[in-house]
Design a protein around this ligand. Structure first.
Ligand code: KIV
Length: 281
């Protein structure tokens, strides 16, 4: 065994024990460098299927495959050693039943080393969650606005506008909780509904567009960094990374065109002094 001192990752029981206590800090991550930057600040990193829209130019999560999730999850695991890493099971990889869910979830855990998977609530999914949990696979549930159901719902719409819809969301919350989900993402619901859900379930609730009454919060990292022109109302932008990139690339293109880049300091004139080209200095 290696003698190097390793930081232990946050565990599923530790997240569970935070119900009603210190708020749980969660963000999405899809790559190694971003995972490295977020890891120590977060309790939980989610490799979300939002990766399809954020990094791959898809218009919804429907086109995301299990293989894409595995590749991004491997990258996030390489860049983190503190936060609990949860990976989304993408559309059509778990809804058929417990067998299919177990095959997909176990593949993700084995190939990436992540600690848990996330699934969206739908008819019959709670039974699969119970099956996975009883076989040693921790599951986070996702209720309310469910991005993978956008074609049935007619788009990304907040949930709980009617009594029926409210009842459906509460039913999803109870079903996920009874099935043994260790945390439940609550997306796009009004504060009173988020408060009711948080009070009736044993699992910590993780809000996104669901007010500050939840036990924790999650955002898509690229939204909070200001990577997109438009962000939903519930996002607070902490940076203008899009503006910074635009400015940096404008200056680079001007410098290349004017011939001022590369300058003397960026040129290998004496190769006896230069270290390997392949190693960053
Ligand atoms: O896919 C995702 O990133 C998510 C979070 C926004 C909760 O499901």
């Amino acid at each position: 065994m290696s003698k190097s001192k390793k930081i232990a990752r946050i565990s599923v029981p530790q997240i569970l024990s935070r119900k009603g206590g210190e708020k749980i800090v969660c963000l999405t991550a899809y790559t190694t460098p971003i995972a490295e930057l977020l890891d120590l600040h977060c309790d939980l990193l989610l490799v979300g299927d939002s990766v399809g829209m954020v990094l791959h130019g898809l218009s919804s999560p429907i086109g995301v495959s299990l293989e894409m999730m595995i590749l991004h999850a491997q990258a996030v695991m390489r860049g983190s050693d503190h936060a609990l890493v949860v990976v989304d099971l993408p559309f059509s990889t778990y809804e058929r039943g417990a067998d299919q869910a177990f095959r997909s979830a176990s593949k993700v855990l084995r190939k990436t080393g992540c600690q848990a998977v996330k699934v969206e609530a739908a008819e019959g999914v709670a039974e699969s969650v119970a099956f996975l949990v009883s076989r040693g696979i921790p599951v986070m549930g996702h209720i309310g606005l469910r991005p993978q159901s956008l074609n049935v719902d007619g788009g990304f719409k907040a949930k709980g506008r009617t009594d029926d819809e409210r009842e459906r969301v509460l039913k999803e919350a109870r079903a996920m909780d009874d099935a043994g989900a260790f945390a439940i993402v609550v997306e796009g619901v009004a504060p009173d509904l988020a408060a009711e859900i948080t009070s009736i379930v044993k699992a910590p609730t993780i809000g996104i567009g669901a007010s500050n009454v939840c036990d924790g919060q999650i955002l898509v990292t690229d939204d909070l960094l200001g990577m997109f022109e438009w962000t939903p109302k519930f996002v607070r932008r902490y940076a203008d990374i899009r503006g910074l990139i635009r400015e940096a690339v404008t200056r680079y293109s001007q410098d290349v065109r004017s011939g001022s880049f590369p300058g003397d300091g960026e040129t290998y004139r004496d190769l006896t002094k230069a270290n390997s080209f392949l190693v960053r200095q």
